[in-house]
Design a protein around this ligand. Structure first.
Ligand SMILES: NC(=O)c1ccc[n+]([C@@H]2O[C@H](COP(=O)([O-])OP(=O)(O)OC[C@H]3O[C@@H](n4cnc5c(N)ncnc54)[C@H](OP(=O)(O)O)[C@@H]3O)[C@@H](O)[C@H]2O)c1
Length: 297
């Protein structure tokens, strides 16, 4: 059950084919880990592997290696992709069986798959809320459960990617705040229950993250929401974090067994104030997210 030198460990990144997950995969590779990426779309996985290998050749450089698996080179043990839907228990089981067959070892699981939302609570449907729980919460539960036997052996680490929406119930975020709050509760429960087995579970709450494509990736009902709600973090006055900065904090969580990280750091003061004085917290949040604006603002 040893690593193949020169790897310092073995890591799985769900959602590793895009955005923050891709930046975390790059940071893990730089730190000497071998990395498996999980995503649904094989072309996107292949593209990401091409980018990570610095070839830029993307899809053309890949070789399919059995069901659900995409790999850039037949003999490359350091980086590969697994096509799987992390909201589907069978797909998750198959993915982790493939990873176990290949490595027989796992040190780090990064649960990065997640999806934001926009909308008013009065328009939030049970179907939409369930879908957001599936992608933001159930996905982390299923992958962590599937990885647990190997993580127990390595006394490894799970890092769940939350959001500032998991610390505050900010306006117009549809069902995203509820889902990320649930993820925070699940993370703490996992950490407390699995600490006896030596498995560490951390949670990173990033604010809005900069990305090359600034297009919103959620549907916005423009008629019922203020224009600011379309902006990252629902228009909160925060500068976008660089994905590399967030990825560095994820690595620090692994190395130093940090429990919870809030980014940007100065927001921690607001989380403390809001927890101790909820009415003050509400007033500060209203100011912080654009004042008492309504749909006409
Ligand atoms: N972006 C931000 O500003 C921000 C801020 C705070 C927190 N976050 C959190 O950071 C995480 C990453 O966000 P992002 O914006 O960087 O994501 P993103 O660019 O939208 O990428 C999502 C990744 O997850 C994969 N994915 C989505 N659904 C999946 C499923 N059911 N099964 C397997 N893979 C799936 C996607 O690939 P496929 O589509 O091919 O499956 C893709 O690789 C999320 O948890 C998000 O809540 C983001």
């Amino acid at each position: 059950m040893n690593h193949t030198p020169p790897f310092v460990g073995s890591a799985v990144v769900t959602g590793g084919s895009s955005g923050l997950g891709l930046a975390i995969a790059a940071a893990l590779l730089r730190a000497g880990y071998r990395v498996a990426l999980i995503g649904r779309d094989r072309d996107r996985l292949a593209q990401a592997i091409g980018e990570l290998r610095g070839s830029g050749s993307g899809v053309g450089a890949t070789t399919a290696r059995g069901p659900g698996e995409v790999s850039p080179l037949p003999d490359d043990e350091g980086l590969f992709g697994v096509a799987a839907d992390v909201t589907d228990p069978n797909s998750v089981r198959d993915a982790f069986e493939q990873i176990e067959r290949r490595w027989s070892r796992l040190d780090v699981l990064i649960n990065c798959v997640g999806q934001s939302d926009r909308g008013r609570v009065d328009a939030l449907t049970p179907e939409r809320l369930r879908a957001l729980f599936d992608v933001n919460v159930t996905s982390s539960l299923l992958c962590s459960q599937a990885a647990l036997p190997l993580l127990r052996e390595s006394r490894g680490t799970v890092v769940n990617i939350g959001s500032l929406a998991g610390k505050f119930g900010t306006r117009y975020m549809g069902g995203y705040c509820a889902a990320k709050h649930a993820l925070a509760g699940l993370t703490q429960q996992m950490r407390l229950e699995w600490s006896e087995a030596g498995v560490h579970v951390a949670l990173v709450h990033p604010g809005p993250i900069r990305r090359a494509d600034s297009q919103p990736r959620y549907q916005v009902d423009a008629e019922t929401l203020p224009a600011s709600a379309k902006l990252p973090a629902g228009g909160a006055r925060l500068r976008g974090l660089s994905p590399e900065r967030v990825a560095d904090e994820v690595l620090r969580c692994i190395r130093r067994r940090r429990t919870e990280v809030i980014l940007p750091r100065h927001v921690r003061l607001l989380t403390c104030l809001a927890a101790a004085f909820p009415s003050l917290g509400d007033r500060l949040l209203l100011r912080f997210t654009g004042g008492r604006t309504g749909p006409d603002a």
